[in-house]
Structures are given as structure tokens and as C-alpha cells.
Design a binder for this molecule. Structure first.
Ligand SMILES: *[C@@H]1O[C@H](CO)[C@@H](O)[C@H](O)[C@H]1NC(C)=O
Ligand SMILES: *[C@@H]1O[C@H](CO)[C@@H](O)[C@H](O)[C@H]1NC(C)=O
Length: 298
């Protein structure tokens, strides 16, 4: 059903586009491999990127001297972005491990997974955030239903013109839908790069900055593998090329635009049992909740 609707939309869009004759199709990147170097560059401290398991796993390392960061060579406008992550074992207090999308400039868009480390035996917290046209402040924090130090888990973002959805192991944890018609900015005009980074965030990350990083436990190592990007490569000279549903763009399927009942169940489970902070209910910061907090899901 969702697929048919998408196909139908595609046919309509395609023909309208052909008649206008100006809007081309974007370039679709399909990436499902461990050879990260064809897709990413190290933008901060190459010595702190270690490669293990015959190149299958990237270890991003925090030492007393430095953290490190990777940036995708391409930027993307819409698609699916995922990675399998296993976080710093034992004592990770003060260490932040991230996987995120971001554009540049002061009206930038951004979608974040940020893992806040903790002392040995104490739980990690996952903070997510979304920026649109330079405006963020949409932090949500959840406890995880597993220890992310023990095994790899899959963290993913699906982004299309209607919604941004975030998943852990295919469980929906967050939705940000497009409310542009109501005057709210939505990320849909600028390409975002994919980043992975680790760094010392002990001034705020663990128990609000009360637990300092203990460099006698360094190096702190988070492991990244199975990057997957099915997405439309952004071309600034043809910025609308990715904006229309195209053949093969599964991330535009109806189930990733309006949220199906089983996904709403997942979201409610996470919000009821695991959410420890939600900007939507922080009425000190937001006496009037931001628009998306009260708008019903559609
Ligand atoms: C860290 O944790 C692992 C298990 O995840 C354990 O095997 C190892 O001994 C621990 N190292 C230290 C220094 O506590
Ligand atoms: C760290 O552990 C403490 C104690 O269990 C907990 O209150 C806190 O939420 C955990 N996470 C962070 C990021 O402080």
C-alpha cells in the first residue's frame, strides 16, 4: 500500500518533472562495505583511528592528547544512514561517542546520536538532538535496554522530505516530522555529511560534569563497523535533484513518512520506560512547548 502510493507519487513527479525539463534525478549512493576509506576522511587526529579485524572494524580512540573524527566525503540529501557501534568498555566517564549528520553554516541542519559515557558498571545515556535551519535545543535522553559496551548494536537514521526517524536495532526511538506548512523549519534543502567522533566531554557529559575523565584508564576505544548509507548524494549545483521520490529510494516509503501503529508502539515503549529527559516537557526552558511537541503525529 505504502509502496503503491510512493510509486504513484513517483510517476506523477516524474512526469511533471519531465514536462518542466529542468529538474534532474539525484545520484543514488548505495554503500554497504567496510572499506571506509572510499567514503570517509579523518578530519581530526588520524593517529587515533585504529583499524582492526582485517579492516572490518574502525576503533576511534580518546587519549589524553586528543579525540578523533571522521567525515563522509559526500554530503547527502535524504536517505538511510546506519552504523554498528560498540562503546568504550569499563570506565568511560567523561567520554562522548557520536554518530551524526550535519550540514555547514549558521543555519545548519543536524541529526545526532551522542553516547554519554559513565563510570564502570554505571549506565550509558543516549542523547539525541535535531537542528533545523540552525535551531537545535531538541535534546532527548534515554537509558538503553542493553549495555552498549557488551555488543555491537545498530543505530540508524531514515530521512526523507516528510520525516526524520531514528532507530536502535530497528526499534523506533524518535520522530521529527515536517511541519513547514505551519511555518516550522525542516531539514530539506542542504546536504548533510555523516560524522563519527569521540572526545573528552567531561565538562558536561557524565552526571552533568561531576565525574571527570580518568586518563589513567586511557586509551578509550569505541568500535564502529558496518556503515550503511543508502542515500542521495547532494549536488550544490543542482540542489533539488534529491527532492523528489525516485525509483529505488526505499527511504521514501509510506512507513517512513507517516508512522505505522507498530512503530508508534515502539516509540511509546521507549518514551514510557527509558526516557529520562525530553525538551518537550522541560517547561523551564520552554514555557510554551516547541510546535512539534504538541502537533500530533501524522
Ligand atoms: C573491561 O571489561 C572487560 C569486559 O567487557 C573485561 O574483560 C576487562 O577485564 C575489563 N578491564 C578492566 C581494566 O577492568
Ligand atoms: C551515570 O550513572 C549514574 C548513576 O547510575 C546515572 O544517574 C547517570 O544517568 C548515568 N549517566 C550519565 C551520563 O551521567
Amino acid at each position: 500500500m505504502g509502496y503503491l502510493v510512493t510509486r504513484l507519487l513517483f510517476v506523477l513527479m516524474c512526469c511533471a518533472m519531465m514536462m518542466k525539463g529542468s529538474v534532474g534525478q539525484g545520484t543514488i549512493a548505495t554503500f554497504q562495505e567496510s572499506a571506509y576509506s572510499s567514503q570517509f576522511q579523518v578530519v581530526w587526529q588520524p593517529n587515533n583511528v585504529w583499524i582492526s579485524n582485517q579492516g572490518q572494524v574502525l576503533e576511534l580512540v580518546v587519549t589524553q592528547q586528543s579525540g578523533t573524527a571522521l567525515q563522509s566525503l559526500n554530503s547527502y540529501l535524504f536517505g538511510s544512514f546506519r552504523v554498528d557501534l560498540k562503546l568504550v568498555p569499563n570506565d568511560s566517564a567523561g567520554v562522548l561517542t557520536s554518530f551524526y549528520l550535519s550540514s555547514n553554516g549558521d543555519r545548519h541542519d543536524e541529526v545526532d546520536f551522542e553516547f554519554l559515557g559513565n563510570s564502570t558498571g554505571q549506565p550509558y545515556v543516549l542523547q539525541t538532538n535535531i537542528f533545523a535551519a540552525g535551531v537545535g535545543g531538541r535534546e532527548q535522553r534515554i537509558n538503553l535496554w542493553f549495555d552498549p559496551r557488551d555488543d555491537f548494536h545498530t543505530y540508524s537514521v531514515i530521512w526523507n522530505p516528510t520525516a526524520i526517524t531514528l532507530y536502535i536495532d530497528n526499534v523506533l526511538i524518535r520522530v521529527f516530522q515536517n511541519h513547514e506548512a505551519q511555518g516550522q523549519a525542516y531539514p530539506n534543502a542542504q546536504g548533510m555529511n555523516v560524522y563519527s567522533s569521540v572526545f573528552d566531554a567531561s565538562s558536561w557529559a557524565t552526571q552533568g560534569g561531576l565525574v571527570p575523565i580518568d586518563f589513567s584508564q586511557a586509551p578509550f576505544v569505541s568500535s564502529y563497523t558496518n556503515y550503511g548509507m543508502d542515500s542521495c548524494i547532494f549536488d550544490a549545483t543542482n540542489p533539488t535533484a534529491c527532492s523528489y521520490p525516485q525509483a529505488g529510494t526505499w527511504w521514501n516509503a509510506q512507513e517512513y513518512q507517516s508512522i505505522p501503529a507498530n512503530r508508534i508502539d515502539q516509540l511509546q515503549w521507549v518514551q514510557a520506560d527509558y526516557m529520562i529527559y525530553n525538551y518537550c516537557t522541560d517547561n523551564v526552558r520552554y514555557p510554551t512547548p516547541p510546535f512539534e511537541c504538541t502537533a500530533p503525529l501524522y
